[in-house]
Design a protein around this ligand. Structure first.
Ligand SMILES: NC(=O)c1ccc[n+]([C@@H]2O[C@H](COP(=O)([O-])OP(=O)(O)OC[C@H]3O[C@@H](n4cnc5c(N)ncnc54)[C@H](O)[C@@H]3O)[C@@H](O)[C@H]2O)c1
Length: 439
């Protein structure tokens, strides 16, 4: 028997539903773009007034969402950004994409999600769908958000809908934009799931409904823990193979020819970004509640956190071979973004490398075509650097160049031709050279 459609489902089908996205960062802004492209009107909310003002002038601050992506929608009044949240009352669907970092003790910091939930509760009305997309531990939607929203007297599943759908955004990945990545959706009730599925069916290639928000929350963490562990594994293998004089990159290439049961992960100077170094610890924290250790998570964290130290030690060793010390050496770090071709430096291992080099008395410079300035980091409050121009003279005048982020725009052969010593953490220089050391 066909179920009667929810009113919200009808609105979604007609593309009349007004979408409200809270948190217009690396996740929220691409989501705004995706809903706009699908024909929905969108309001974006952010506490950062500078971002709001830029967006309303059709200016973007994220490399992969351009001014051109937004301009026509602003002109047609299909999109506007706001720093006050009263407009939430009009939104039919409210999607939360605020940060979920760790606090100073590496415990989950849910303050952004909780504050946002309180704000939504002020404006909650019948018929609205609220979806949390921020990465978090299993239980957040039902244990933390639901009681706040039901304090309004409205009942979930009857008066409003609540769901969790993890963001799987991979910034800079041109093959998989937001619309091309399947979306997992877990609703608090069956009608919540239906409403959320109806919304995402309009914008993504496939919606994958699961039985509860907890399953959806756990899915996202499993994906990121899987990555963290595999990155750690390959980083450990790199250090072992290096002692055996075996090129880990050649081994990975050969292993990747196996058509089943193997998936390549690549060594790195550590891990970065807002997700992989952070999210596994959401699970580790929650696991304490059920009295279970998270040994894989801790071990992977240990190995990946050690990698910047390893790169700095390797640099010191190679300088030593040339009768030079790190103290006083001029070291150029290439790439400060946490991964190639993006402008995001959060949790970047390059920051740790720079800080360790500075501690040891090196004179450190960096170049990154996407990050002209590096400052205001919580973990490195004193760090204030500007990207230096990448010239042959600059390279020649350095004692060592560390390739930390393998941006595609760099000409690695030219870099290796001009620098006296290259520490290549990404296997970026393809030609074998005496002055290039893989690390
Ligand atoms: N960046 C990624 O690649 C990625 C991928 C998957 C999931 N995630 C998850 O998505 C969430 C958002 O990450 P992001 O990278 O977009 O973060 P971000 O820092 O780029 O963006 C968050 C935005 O939220 C705004 N904000 C903070 N508090 C707010 C509040 N109370 N109300 C309204 N806006 C507020 C900030 O000003 C900022 O613009 C996190 O949970 C993250 O783990 C990120």
């Amino acid at each position: 028997m066909a179920k009667t459609k929810l009113k919200l489902e009808e609105k979604i089908e007609k593309k009349d539903a007004l979408i409200g996205v809270i948190g217009l960062g690396y996740v929220g802004l691409p989501l705004v773009k995706t809903f706009l492209k699908a024909g929905f009107p969108v309001v974006g909310f952010d506490v950062d007034r500078k971002k709001v003002a830029l967006l309303n002038r059709s200016r973007s601050y994220i490399k992969h969402v351009t001014a051109k992506d937004l301009k026509p929608f602003i002109a047609e009044k299909k999109f506007q950004a706001a720093a006050d949240f009263q407009g939430l009352a009009e939104a039919d669907i409210i999607i939360i994409c605020v940060p979920t970092p760790l606090d100073a003790h590496r415990n989950p910091d849910l303050s952004y999600v909780l504050q946002t939930t309180e704000t939504i509760a002020e404006f909650l009305r019948k018929g609205q769908l609220v979806v949390l997309e921020s990465t978090t531990y299993p239980g957040t939607t039902e244990e933390q958000m639901l009681p706040v929203l039901e304090r309004t007297g409205l009942r979930v599943g009857r008066d409003f809908y609540l769901a969790y759908s993890p963001e799987r955004e991979d910034p800079g990945n041109e093959t998989f934009s937001t619309a091309r990545i399947p979306k997992v959706v877990g609703g608090v009730t069956a009608s919540c799931r239906r409403a959320a599925k109806a919304a995402y069916d309009q914008i993504v290639v496939r919606t994958v409904p699961v039985s509860s928000p907890r399953v959806a929350e756990a899915t996202k963490l499993l994906e990121n823990i899987f990555r963290s562990i595999n990155i750690a594994l390959v980083n450990e293998m790199k250090m072992i193979f290096e002692r055996m004089d075996i090129d880990v990159w050649e081994v990975i290439q050969a292993a990747s020819t196996k058509p089943f049961g193997y998936m390549p992960f690549y060594p790195s100077p550590g891990y970065g970004g807002h997700c992989i170094p952070v999210d596994p610890f959401y699970m580790a924290w929650k696991a304490k509640e059920v009295d279970h250790p998270t040994r894989f998570i801790e071990l992977a964290g240990e190995i990946n956190t050690f990698m910047p130290y390893y790169v700095v030690a390797k640099t010191a060793e190679e300088l030593n071979r040339k009768k030079k010390s790190l103290k006083g050496a001029r070291v150029l770090v290439l790439g400060i973004a946490y991964k190639k071709d993006v402008d995001d430096q959060r949790e970047s291992p390059s920051l740790k490398i720079i800080s360790l080099l500075q501690e040891k008395g090196a004179r450190v410079f960096y170049n990154d075509p996407y990050v002209p300035e590096s400052k205001g980091h919580r973990d490195y409050p004193g760090m204030e650097l500007k990207s230096v121009p990448l010239t042959a003279k600059m390279l020649k005048n350095c004692d060592a160049v560390i390739i930390s982020t393998d941006h595609s725009v760099y000409d690695y052969d030219w870099i290796a031709e001009n620098a006296p010593l290259v520490i290549d953490t990404r296997n970026a220089v393809k030609k074998k050279r005496r002055n290039v050391v893989k690390s």
